[in-house]
Design a protein around this ligand. Structure first.
Ligand code: 5MM
Length: 327
């Protein structure tokens, strides 16, 4: 598991989160004007998984339950040497008695599902907890329940021989300043690592998938890219064990270019014990989805757009990306 974790954050590489649930991916298609049918996601995945050269920049792809069951789609990745991951949470529901807060479900029957996923070739797993910033939230009940679920997920994954990617996402939604974003991210990550230790999770056999420390989307005071990179590194240094083999960021609603810039700047600054990599969904596949538009005649162009984003994020792994590379 340690070797798999290290391979996922090998120099110049990162993870592609192609794991949006059917409901989320349909919403994304509709947002960009793609006509959706029963097989739209399978067609989208097939189009992009067949991209030549993807393996130069992408170490692993996270799939959802529907896609991992398609042997043909799995083979498109594994034949290139790309590792297969699986999102094993079952999504979020409202947390009873705590308006505005969410809890992630999916622990029931997880041991059995993990064995099944392992049997069809999965090497790593992912679970996302969602924390919202707002008036009097997050509460300690919400943080406590979510970090406990993350720790149980991580322990069960390791028991099954699968590397857990632990994803506690502090949402960018809201009016909060970057100071508040920093405070909450610090609190959440501190709690995550306390809980992982209490659940005896092996920290050298997992990856952390955090948010950038960020201002809220509706905050009038926008933090600079420099501040986002500096504050994110500061919080990581304060909370994350050096034993963790790597940090793979989610993009969280940042544009593709912004997300690449953040990873690039953090790698330029350096001074941390972990590889700083990416595990983007929207910031990687979003531009390719727009170009594809659901049309066969755009397949090759969509592949080139995905490859271009993957390459730029690969450059960001060594702080060698520059915004001037964008067309
Ligand atoms: C936060 O979302 C994760 C990373 O994606 P971004 O880089 O776009 O922020 C992503 O892996 C997410 O967890 C999956 O798409 C699953 O989402 P849902 O909510 O559909 O289960």
């Amino acid at each position: 598991m340690e070797e798999i974790a290290k391979a996922l954050v090998a120099p110049g590489k990162g993870i592609w989160a192609a794991d949006a649930s059917p409901k989320t991916i349909m919403k994304r298609f509709q947002e960009v004007g793609i006509q959706t049918g029963e097989n739209t996601n399978k067609r989208f995945r097939e189009t992009l998984f067949a991209t030549d050269g993807l393996e130069n920049y992408i170490s692993g792809v996270i799939l959802n339950d529907e896609i991992i069951r398609e042997e043909r789609l799995r083979n498109l990745l594994t034949n290139k040497g790309i590792l297969i991951g699986i999102k094993v949470d079952k999504g979020t529901v409202d947390l009873e008695n705590f308006p505005g807060e969410k809890i992630t479900e999916g622990l029931d029957g997880l041991r059995e599902r993990l064995a099944e996923y392992k049997g069809i070739g999965a090497k790593f797993t992912k679970w996302r907890a969602v924390i919202t910033i707002g008036e009097n939230i997050p509460t300690h009940v919400c943080i406590g329940l979510n970090v406990e679920a993350l720790a149980r997920f991580a322990a069960l994954s390791q028991e099954a021989g699968l590397v857990p990617v632990v994803e506690p996402e502090v949402l960018m939604d809201g009016k909060h300043t970057i100071d508040e974003g920093e405070k909450v991210t610090f609190k959440v990550l501190s709690n995550v690592f306390t809980e992982l230790a209490e659940h005896k999770v092996n920290l050298s056999q997992m990856l952390l998938k955090p948010n950038f420390v960020h201002h809220g989307k509706d905050c009038l005071k926008r933090a600079s890219d420099e501040k986002i990179a500096q504050r994110t590194l500061k919080v990581l240094k304060e909370t994350v064990s050096p034993q963790v083999p790597g940090i793979v960021f989610l993009s969280g609603g940042d544009s593709a270019i912004e997300a690449t810039k953040h990873v690039d700047r953090m790698n330029e600054i350096g001074g941390v014990p972990w590889p700083i990599a990416f595990s983007f969904e929207r910031a990687l596949e979003g531009p390719a989805m727009i170009v594809w538009g659901g049309k066969d005649e755009n397949i090759e162009a969509a592949r080139q757009v995905l490859l271009d984003r993957a390459k730029k994020n690969s450059l960001a792994r060594s702080g060698s990306y520059s915004e001037s590379m964008e067309g």
